[in-house]
Design a protein around this ligand. Sequence first.
Ligand code: FES
Ligand SMILES: [Fe+2]
Length: 400
Amino acid sequence: MEWTAIAADVDVSTRPLAVTAGGVPLVVLRPSPGAEPVVFADRCPHRLVPLSAATVEGGRMRCAYHGWEFDAAGNCVSLPSQEGAPPPRASLPAGPKVRITDGMVEISGLPASDPEDLFTNEDPSLRNAWHPVGIIGIDDMSEVELMGRTYRPAEEKTQDRWGLRWLAPETPLAELFDDPDHDDANYVGAWLPTARSNASAGIVADNFLDVAHFPFVHAKTFGAAEEKLVERYEVTDEPWGCRSVQDQWFDNPADPGVAAGIRPVRQRRRATYVYRAPFQLMLRLEELDAGSVKTILFFAQPESLSSTRIYTKMLFHGIGGVADPPPDVIRSEVAFEEAVLEEDLELQRALRLPGLPLRMRDELHVRADLLGVHLRRVLAQFKTSSRPCPPPPSAGPALD
Ligand code: FES
Ligand SMILES: [Fe+2]
């Protein structure tokens, strides 16, 4: 049997350590202080987030994204978004054999490598789409980055919408979605500063549609009070996209109607998610009892394999019980949303895969992931539907 040293024994603790052996990313840790080291492939079976970003407590590893917990043998022992025992596939595939020799942790055998069939920011199908390339009046758009190339919008097919310029390198498969709130004079709009993620636009979109990560990724903003269990919800297909309307209970202490004794603090909220290929997203949060609406428009620009630019515009109506929220309320809402986005970006900085897996078997989808499953299906169809682009003029005549 062949053994490979992967780490010094003294460096292995209850803080998971990322290492690589034979090109395969691994995580090595002690499930509790002084315990024997264990080694697994460095990815959670759910969304393939590196387990080296997990926290270890009470002999269990808790994934940073949705809080699935694994024991020292790799068994999934907690899957917070749903009731009942986790499915067997939620457990980690067996890791390699481990021994300690001369102060080194050694392994024998290697788990499977990361999947390779990924939808990246340079997928050729993205040429047949509208992409946001800058905020009008704010960004210099003489040259912009898209799919690893530089484009000059002045020389390309463009359109302006929501205060953004959109560019389509080839005939787009899908048009921009409708958004009634933006054209409604009763709404006040405000941009968040644009942001960048190292994750692909597909992963960024998946994160936006994800409803199970709030208690774990957003614990410092709004997540601590959120319910871990995700209620069953439905998703309706739309042309090149989907929509999901979810009614939820939540505490609304900021509602002036609560202080006035008109409404209880526990109220109903309707969350409507809208997705359109490839990376147009919207979340409309309607407080059904208090009557206020907060709409978040969220668009991603696939700049290169390791860069996605994110545009977030918020639309407000009736926040704080008044039709026109004053500037200080808008400022604090925007600052709060920025802090929320930063929590997502921090999680994305820990990711390693350069794209979104589109093969269903590469991840483990559970009930809470229905929106993410629709996103993958739409993108898989998008990827195969776009026509091959004609050869550039400089390519010369075809050879036979
Ligand atoms: S729990 Fe690990 S990626 Fe979801
Ligand atoms: Fe998030």
